[in-house]
Design a protein around this ligand. Structure first.
Ligand SMILES: *Cc1c(COP(=O)(O)O)cnc(C)c1O
Length: 374
């Protein structure tokens, strides 16, 4: 007998999360390195302060003003004709996706993604007693649509989770991949395109929001944690058919979005041009980081996100530790031999590059030779 009497399948499981270490250069959780200006921070504080005067009351359960603000933002960010009843929000898009699994997964149902994929998805499945199915991405981390469709037709998942751009690889999916999977899943399930990083996508890369009018079973999730530079506020959201939002209402906890969260997110939306203002710089920094890593003889996955996955190393742990010893924290994630670095300020990227050059001087930490790949 073990105490506490936790569910058997949870015994001995380590909670998910990157190491939180106090080092000078933190490039491990894909945050936006640029915080709000003092003026914006003061406006957010004033909004939170106003909310504080009514904290004896429960918040607006339907977060009406926030849904209007998010719908308006989405219509400037790849969407069109998105109305507030098509928007749902929660404490981070992780909570939004857990709610989707609570409403559309469950015993006797399955959720499917394609590896490498976001490490939290199997946890939502486990926590909602949903069977977890995982197909494979190709060597370039894209999807083979015929194989993906065949897997959906064989296993009939209720929920398909497609991060685009993908984490940890940075790979964005073409429009065709989303429509193929929406058609394969049909009305018996939903397809969730997780666009946590979409604001960083390269010119010409589409958003799945474009396909909402043609696919009733499509859900597009977004977050204010990455491009919007608001990870600390915890606000994620989705756009979908109003009937899907109604279904989530059944499983959400009462008053799940606090008045302070709603006021903070609304104030941040008013300052969207500033908060999103460094995205263009980060994209340039990303592209130059990818090019630089390739010049070092490394393989780098094509990235539409604010990070780069690179490798491969015989001992990636040693490389990660070597960087940490030099004050640079990145992430040990992705397929064996690969590492992920978030895009920071120019100074932070300089520190990363200097540390990596130094680490790679040692024999076992040199990149492994590749055959004819990038
Ligand atoms: C960071 C991230 C999210 C966003 O998480 P929040 O809960 O909104 O902070 C969602 N999906 C992926 C793939 C991510 O990497």
């Amino acid at each position: 007998m073990t105490f506490p009497p936790i569910r058997e399948e949870l015994q001995g499981i380590e909670p998910y999360g990157a190491p939180q270490l106090d080092v000078p250069v933190q490039l491990n959780v894909n945050e936006n390195p640029y915080g709000p200006s003092p003026a914006t921070a003061a406006d957010i504080a004033a909004a939170a302060g106003a909310a504080a005067t009514t904290l004896n009351r429960y918040p607006d359960r339907e977060f009406t003003a926030l849904r209007e603000g998010l719908a308006a933002y989405l219509n400037t960010s790849g969407g069109s004709g998105i109305t507030p009843d098509m928007v749902w929000a929660a404490n981070g898009s992780n909570e939004v996706m857990l709610q989707l699994l609570q409403a559309f997964g469950g015993p006797g149902r399955a959720a499917l993604s394609f590896a490498p994929t976001y490490a939290m998805y199997p946890e939502y499945a486990r926590d909602t007693h949903t069977e977890w199915l995982v197909g494979k991405r190709e060597d370039d981390f894209g999807l083979d649509l015929d194989r993906a469709r065949a897997l959906v037709e064989e296993r009939r998942p209720s929920v398909v989770l497609l991060p685009s751009p993908n984490n940890p690889t940075g790979t964005a999916l073409p429009t065709e991949a989303v429509s193929t999977l929406c058609e394969a899943v049909g009305e018996g399930g939903i397809v969730v395109v997780d666009e946590a990083y979409t604001e960083f996508r390269r010119t010409g890369t589409p958003s799945a929001l474009e396909m909402l009018p043609t696919h009733r079973n499509l859900v597009v999730t977004r977050t204010m944690s990455k491009a919007f530079a608001l990870a600390g506020a915890r606000l994620g959201y989705l756009a979908a058919d109003p009937a899907i939002c109604d279904a989530i209402r059944v499983v959400r906890l009462p008053y799940h979005l606090s008045s302070v969260t709603q006021a903070t997110a609304l104030a941040a939306l008013r300052h969207a041009p500033e908060l999103l203002g460094r995205v263009a710089d980060l994209r340039v920094e990303r592209d130059s980081c990818v090019a630089w890593l390739r010049e070092q003889g490394l393989q780098v996955a094509e990235s539409d996100a604010n990070f780069a996955l690179f490798g491969t190393f015989a001992d990636r742990r040693a490389v990660w530790q070597g960087l940490l010893d030099r004050g640079v924290l990145i992430r040990e994630t992705g397929p064996e031999g690969w590492l992920r670095v978030s895009i920071g300020t120019p100074d932070e990227m300089m520190a990363f590059k200097d540390a990596l050059i130094d680490v790679m001087k040692t024999e076992p930490m040199r990149p492994q030779p590749t055959e004819g790949s990038t």
